[in-house]
Design a protein around this ligand. Structure first.
Ligand code: CP3
Length: 352
């Protein structure tokens, strides 16, 4: 099915390059996932979530499932932000109902056990999946590669799990900032190298997920969220000057303002708390934005959901907006609600 368009002619990438389109391109964070029965079947076939991530055939299959079913404008590589710490040598497992569990790093001395030079041996199946996905995508569909932003990846590496106010990583930030800088530098290097390989394999855009950006005071936000993301983008652009990068500093609130200028990100992915009028006037006025329907509204469906979608469309009418959720799609989402959403978006004219 593949005679792919050049990246610059795909609607999603046109929007990232600042073009206003007749309708907003759309994809959904976590679009490949448990809300789809075909995903649950492939995951069962793989054995576990991690087995699925490291199986290029099956990872390709689940990446393509939502594209086949819904025709989204972009596919996102099926993987996880925690594959990188695992490739660095940290023990990782996913406990049913509990989420990720890592063997937490408890001291600065333990940073010495991480092995940046070893990551590609472990991550090779991920690059293989990128190449296969690229070869199988419909001509107009863009391919997004991704990584966690260093701060969020560090919160899991130091805490061993999510939740709990990111206490462990914050204790490093406040108690031994030089040690946390050391971990950040290591994560910046390995993330650049990881994303570079995804791009070589065919990723056309990269998104950096900073899920826990919203827990830091201003000074630490600059040091651990802004600076590492800026360094990653600078280094990728030395090699790929036109690379579009989407940053998702979830929960950053007022810190969203100026984030793209400070980091060099092409576009910002908005969490669902960001007020639309403010986003239009302070953010969209400077660069494209992506977002930001509350994923819980997509579970609820009905007129409330459709009204919320209309509100988002009205705020960015005639503008280079990318429709998405404000965080990942929830497993209990009925797939018919996604169909309703798409009918509304595809009927929508963005002409001013
Ligand atoms: O968006 C996509 O379709 C691409 C794949 C993708 C996954 N995780 C698959 C996944 C992406 C981009 C991620 C990013 C990710 N992973 C983030 C950042 C974005 C966010 O959601 O905040 C984070 C923090 C993680 C770490 C992670 N992975 C957690 C906390 C969990 C458990 C929570 C949950 O939803 O179960 C995961 C598991 C995970 N990653 C699943 C999927 C499809 C569910 C695994 C399953 O099949 O059981």
């Amino acid at each position: 099915m593949n005679s792919a368009l050049p990246a610059s002619q795909k609607p999603f990438i046109k929007a990232l390059n600042g073009e206003a389109l007749p309708r907003p391109p759309v994809w959904l964070m976590r679009q490949a996932g448990r809300y789809l029965p075909e995903y649950r079947a492939t995951r069962a076939q793989a054995g576990s979530f991690l087995d699925l991530c490291y199986n290029p055939d099956l990872a390709t299959e689940v990446t393509l499932q939502p594209i086949r079913r819904f025709g989204f404008d972009a596919a996102i590589l099926f993987a996880d932000i925690l594959l990188l710490p695992q490739a660095l040598g940290q023990e990782l497992r996913f406990q049913e109902g509990e989420g990720p569990l890592l063997a937490a790093i408890r001291s600065e001395a333990e940073l010495g056990k991480l092995r940046p030079e070893a990551i590609h041996a472990r991550l090779e199946p991920v690059y293989e999946a990128v190449a296969r996905i690229k070869a199988a995508l419909p001509a107009e569909t863009a391919l997004i590669g991704f990584a966690g932003a260093p701060w969020t990846v560090a919160t899991y590496m130091l805490e061993g799990r999510g939740g709990n106010d990111q206490a462990a990583a914050k204790m490093w930030a406040f108690g031994n900032p030089a040690a946390l800088d050391r971990l950040m530098a290591l994560l910046v290097d390995s993330t650049v190298s990881y994303l570079d390989r995804q791009i070589q394999a065919g990723a056309e855009v990269v998104q950096l997920f900073d899920t826990w950006a919203g827990v830091l005071p201003d000074e630490q936000f600059q040091r651990y969220c802004v600076l590492p993301v800026k360094m990653i983008i600078q280094r990728l652009r030395q090699k790929y000057p036109a690379l579009p990068v989407i940053a998702f500093p979830r929960g950053a609130g007022a810190q969203y303002d100026g984030f793209a200028a400070a980091t060099g990100a092409t576009a910002l992915s908005l969490d669902y708390t960001v007020p639309l009028a403010w986003a239009r006037d302070r953010l969209w006025s400077k660069h494209p934005v992506q977002g930001n329907l509350d994923p819980r509204l997509l579970v609820a469906g009905g007129p409330q959901m459709l009204q919320a979608v209309q509100r988002i469309l009205q705020h960015f009418q005639g503008r280079n907006h990318i429709f998405n959720l404000g965080h990942g799609i929830l497993p209990e989402t009925p797939p018919q609600h996604v169909e309703q959403l798409l009918r509304l978006l595809r009927g929508a004219s963005m002409a001013a």
